[in-house]
Design a protein around this ligand. Structure first.
Ligand SMILES: Cc1cc2nc3c(=O)[nH]c(=O)nc-3n(C[C@H](O)[C@H](O)[C@H](O)COP(=O)(O)OP(=O)(O)OC[C@H]3O[C@@H](n4cnc5c(N)ncnc54)[C@H](O)[C@@H]3O)c2cc1C
Length: 321
């Protein structure tokens, strides 16, 4: 199988979110995959050269300065056809759901999203992916190539570094890049905190955090002493307590940090769908029957307003010691 990995970029910089897609390619097409990175004056391309790709193709063009599906998809389709690949792969994210779906449309190719396994069986390609808030695993068969896929990050992990460096080749954008849609702005900010989907530590808060100031003081405060990212439940987002981009769960982001601290989070199936692959889960909740305790490795039945400030102080002192 020959694979084209589409690197996740914001148009300016390559993101580490690309790594699970490279891990997929290492497993399914060792020695036979190419990485494509699109943007304008792209930084961070060297991050892609350590994993055994035959080549890292970079396309730099002013019209590609922002990741618009309308503009990136024809570039992906062009190089997929030129290389004659069997699969086009990126890590599941807002970027890939948008850009790859359009590339699949242009290529009239089958698309599978968020896959956790991928095998060839009886001449057919068979993939599995979580469905219904990750309560069921669906098995899907596809015919036709190239198959376009987004792969679920936690299922594929990080690629293995290789001794040799992949060559970086600057290539041209196809003759015409459509420009009917324009990038206007991007709202939201992590306030200098790590990216929620990449962070080693995530502290999430639920509806009882009352308002944005309280949420920031307790959840942001705990995240900061741990060098972590902040997450939230949908109930907290819907109540205007936390911004939309912090939502973890079925209709939010999927995270799998080394440590996930759920503060006043009930543990609905929709929330669990976005965080249950976390390595260590700690729950703080006043209700000993809260469903979050069923998935927690460590549970504290306590009032957040009492224990979170104590935790922050202890961690600060621990750091100072
Ligand atoms: C189609 C659909 C999609 C959804 N997608 C998502 C999603 O992506 N993400 C998501 O999170 N939800 C999602 N939801 C909503 C989900 O069903 C729950 O309503 C939501 O997760 C509950 O959020 P919560 O835990 O903050 O609030 P609550 O359910 O109100 O729970 C609050 C918890 O805090 C505890 N508590 C109260 N006071 C304190 C205190 N002082 N100290 C400590 N603990 C305290 C309570 O015991 C309780 O367990 C979705 C729902 C639907 C229908």
């Amino acid at each position: 199988m020959r694979v084209l990995v589409v690197a996740e970029t914001n148009g300016e910089r390559v993101s580490e979110k690309t790594l699970p897609a490279i891990a997929f390619a290492q497993q399914k097409a060792p020695d036979n995959f190419t990485i494509l990175a699109i943007g304008n004056n792209l930084q961070g391309v060297e991050m892609l050269t350590n994993y055994g790709a035959q080549a890292v193709l970079t396309v730099n063009h002013p019209a590609l300065a922002k990741p618009l599906a309308e503009r990136y998809a024809p570039v992906i389709a062009h190089y997929a056809q030129q290389l004659g690949v069997d699969a086009i792969v990126a890590t599941t994210s807002t970027f890939s759901r948008d850009v790859l779906a359009r590339a699949a449309g242009l290529l009239d190719a089958p698309m599978l999203s968020d896959i956790i396994t991928f095998e060839s069986a009886n001449g057919k390609l068979v993939a599995k992916r979580p469905i219904y808030s990750a309560n069921l695993i669906g098995t899907f068969e596809v015919e036709g190539t190239p198959v376009v896929m987004t792969v679920r990050g936690p299922a594929w992990g990080k690629p293995e570094p290789k001794a040799s460096q992949s060559p970086v080749q600057a290539v041209e954008a196809p003759a015409e890049v459509p420009t009917r849609s324009e990038w206007i702005s991007l709202q939201g900010s992590s306030g200098g905190r790590p990216d929620l989907t990449q962070a080693r530590v995530v502290v999430s808060g639920g509806r009882p955090l009352k308002d944005p100031e309280t949420f920031e003081k307790y959840i942001g405060g705990l995240a900061d002493v741990l060098g972590g990212a902040v997450g939230a439940t949908r109930a907290a987002v819907d109540a205007g307590i936390a911004p939309n981009e912090l939502q973890v769960g079925q209709t939010g982001k999927t995270v799998a940090p080394e440590l996930y601290i759920a503060v006043a989070v009930s543990g609905s199936v929709q929330h669990l769908a976005g965080m249950k692959d976390s390595k260590v889960i700690v729950a703080i909740n006043t209700d000993p029957e809260a469903p979050i305790f069923q998935v927690a490795d460590y549970g504290l039945v306590a009032d957040l307003y009492q224990v979170v400030p104590e935790l922050i102080e202890l961690l600060k002192n621990d750091k100072g010691a």
